[in-house]
Design a protein around this ligand. Sequence first.
Ligand code: NAD
Ligand code: TYD
Length: 342
Amino acid sequence: MALLVTGGCGFIGSNYVRRVRRLRPEAALVNLDLLTYAGNLENVAELRDEPGYTFVRGDVADAAVVERVLVEHGIDEIVHFAAESHVDRAILGPAAFVRTNVLGTATLLEAARRIGVRRFVQVSTDEVYGALGPDDPPFTEESPLRPRNPYSASKAAADHLALAYHHTYGFPVVVTRCGNNFGPYQFPEKLIPLLISNALEDRPVPVYGDGLQVRDWIHVHDHCRGIESVREKGRLGVVYNIGARGESTNLELVRTVLRVLGKSESLIRFVEDRPGHDRRYAMDARRIGEELGWRPEMRFEEALADTVRWYIDHRAWWEAVRSGAYLEYYDRQYGSRLCGDV
Ligand code: NAD
Ligand code: TYD
């Protein structure tokens, strides 16, 4: 099998690529990533020289690049992670989200359909469902899509396109929607790695608004296991929610992490709320459990403690990310070959 992973240098994509490599060493694995600020070759450094693994720096919204990768590598299946992924950035600049998440997905779908790719996994998010009130039942796969910020709107558009390709052309698409991930290699603009890295440096930890927003947290290991089950066994044209019943308010989460780190709650700073901030997400993941036998393996408290440990042990990784040093390095290494030299 030849598998194309897009966005394999980001947080979840890199965890997935390393997992596939470990469990399916016979598969040819191509990682197509533009190396935006969120992509980091360090995340997949251990694979660099392995036979059967190829990294291509390129843009999923560039049809010529995508087509070339699919043809030259004889790609059978695609797991599509590449995206702009941070809500706060989407609020400041939505255009990049429309370009990568909508146009990029459309470009990839069209090339894959024309070339006859056998399976396309669209990796999506619970945020496409919108926000829940405190007593609402969790989102099911039948919940209507009511995205409320430019990030979730762009992901919803991509999901609609992917499912429309199945309906219209019979193109073999499956969609996964997961809650908030945490774990190794997450870019420290997202709440958990920001919180850990700030606290380790005794810097203030910003909590938006009253901190009582609820997110449904899952360790990236369980998300990647879920994606793999859906890739292998998911029914075509079907959406699978992935969730580990990890609901927590932001404030509870921040307090827990500070406690695990032995840091004082005086580091907490309540700051202005995010515009249009979704109050609560929660996932009903019964379908993937009943149909595919997937269950989360990690308990929330353990998963959080493991993650804290990882950031303590990998200080050099997040310090380099924060300083931006890795980006200058890529521009030296790949700058002249950007977008397309396969
Ligand atoms: P991330 O921001 O850490 O990584 C995104 C990766 O995509 C980076 O390596 C980046 O360089 C690459 N990329 C961006 N634009 C590209 C382009 N035009 N062409 C090629 N590569 C490009 O994101 P993440 O948190 O790992 O999320 C991965 C996917 O999972 C996204 O589709 C996201 O919507 C989805 N998701 C994320 C979460 C979460 O909690 N982080 C939860 C559910 C779903
Ligand atoms: P984030 O990690 O950005 O994920 P998302 O917005 O996709 O859910 O944020 C998680 C929650 O934490 C969200 O409710 C916003 C909040 N938050 C803070 O309170 N402070 C912060 O510094 C950040 C980055 C997020």
